[in-house]
Design a protein. Structure first.
Ligand SMILES: [Zn+2]
Length: 412
């Protein structure tokens, strides 16, 4: 089977999709279910229809584009990623896996290949946590990792629930029905930019993911006592921001002293109330994002943080409340999918690196219900989630080629 990726068309499609943006180019902003996102989705659907794929959308807005196999009742082989983008992002995150997956399907069609299992391109809805505060909502629901009731209640910044927002966007189905039946996918492969610098540093164009790190995120609120910055003397203070400072350093320390470089913890949001120069902070709201490739080690670091938080409460006479938004387990990629990817690389004599995914992806959740793997391509300087995110057209084409061959092997 001789496969020739149409690199030019794939590249021009990536450029076209990037123009569906609420930010000035080269930045891309495409928040899920905004008018711009809906236009972009319609465009992607039209490209899939042009390729003769059978379309379906579920109640959360996941898009399924299916190329029926010779045995349509057999479990499908899936591929895909997302097209939503955080504010001021780039063109490639998620998009490479969607349009690369589409081109992988088309190149197989052009070659005369006929799959036994159907091949299905999946465009996951609301992968980015921008709107609803939780990432991978579409794949969490597909995999049953999150219940329909819990998902329906999540709210965006304007206080609109997932249920209200999706209905306004035209998705009126039953959220309970988003969960895929057991055995729906025989295998799933996601093509994605690395979002890190390792492939570029090694000057290797392909990365086969071994495992996907486990993220947890928490919302933490610290309640102290406010007062006049001149009037309240130091022994009498219950400064919520000073307590937050202690806690942030304790968080950093918990990650640094976990015993492995794979533990990473970040406080990325810190809202201070009332936020006036001459007023003692009475309340602080912050977030914690903590990840590891090892679940026990990550949970150990979380317990260390909890103990530190309790000590700070006692020492500083504040109350600290933390709420776990999600605490997911890491995933190992499936041996059969990794083998399909590495065999395809070897056949072309493409060198590849076995690599860890430190960012998490929809594949993390799909892995709960199907053998799953990921293929990475380099992105310049490891930059992602910024306007200068860049992946070279030849790397994208090579990724799409290896993806196509792997889909062929898995669906033959
Ligand atoms: Zn992504």
């Amino acid at each position: 089977m001789k496969l020739e990726i149409d690199q030019q068309r794939l590249n021009s499609e990536i450029e076209t999709l990037a123009a569906f943006s609420d930010a000035e180019p080269p930045a891309v902003t495409r928040i899920v279910f905004t008018p711009m996102d809906l236009k972009a989705r319609a465009w992607v659907i039209s490209r899939c229809e042009e390729a003769g794929l059978t379309m379906r959308q579920d109640a959360i807005g996941n898009i399924f584009a299916r190329w029926s196999g010779a045995d349509p009742s057999a479990p499908a082989v899936g591929t895909g990623s997302h097209i939503d983008a955080i504010p001021n992002a780039g063109k490639y995150d998620g998009v490479v896996g969607v349009l690369g997956g589409l081109e992988a399907t088309r190149v197989l069609q052009r070659s005369g290949f006929r799959p036994r299992n159907s091949i299905e391109l999946l465009v996951f809805a609301t992968e980015e946590p921008t709107r609803f505060g939780i990432g991978c909502l579409g794949s969490r629901l597909l995999s049953g990792t999150l219940s329909a009731e819990a998902a329906a209640k999540l709210k965006d910044r304007d206080g609109e629930s997932v249920d209200e927002v999706r209905r306004k966007a035209g998705f009126n189905g039953n959220l309970q029905e988003v969960k895929l039946p057991k055995g729906y996918y025989k295998a799933f492969v996601e093509l994605h930019i690395e979002q890190g610098p390792l492939l570029e540093r090694a000057q290797i164009s392909l990365g086969i993911v071994k495992s996907i790190a486990a993220p947890a995120s928490l919302r933490i609120s610290i309640e102290g006592a406010g007062g006049h910055a001149g009037g309240v003397l130091m022994p009498d203070r219950k400064d919520a921001l000073c307590a937050a400072a202690d806690l942030i350093l304790a968080i950093e320390n918990a990650a640094r002293s976990s015993g492995a470089a794979d533990t990473v913890a970040t406080v990325g949001v810190c809202d201070v109330f009332p936020g006036a120069v001459n007023s003692i902070p009475s309340r602080v709201g912050m977030t914690l994002d903590i990840r590891d490739t090892d679940l026990a080690r990550r949970d150990g670091a979380m317990q260390t943080i909890e103990r530190a938080s309790h000590n700070i409460e006692v020492e500083r006479h504040v109350s600290i409340h933390s709420e776990i938004l999600n605490a997911d387990a890491p995933a190992d990629c499936a041996p059969e999918v990794r083998a399909a990817l590495s065999d395809s690389c070897r056949e072309h004599e493409f060198p590849f690196l076995e690599i860890m995914s430190r960012a998490y992806h929809d594949s993390l959740f799909v892995s709960r219900i199907a053998p799953t793997g990921m293929l990475f391509i380099p992105c310049r300087s490891g930059y992602s989630h910024r306007p200068d995110e860049y992946a070279a057209p030849e790397d994208i084409a090579r990724g799409a080629l290896v993806l196509a061959e792997s889909l062929a092997k898995l669906s033959a």
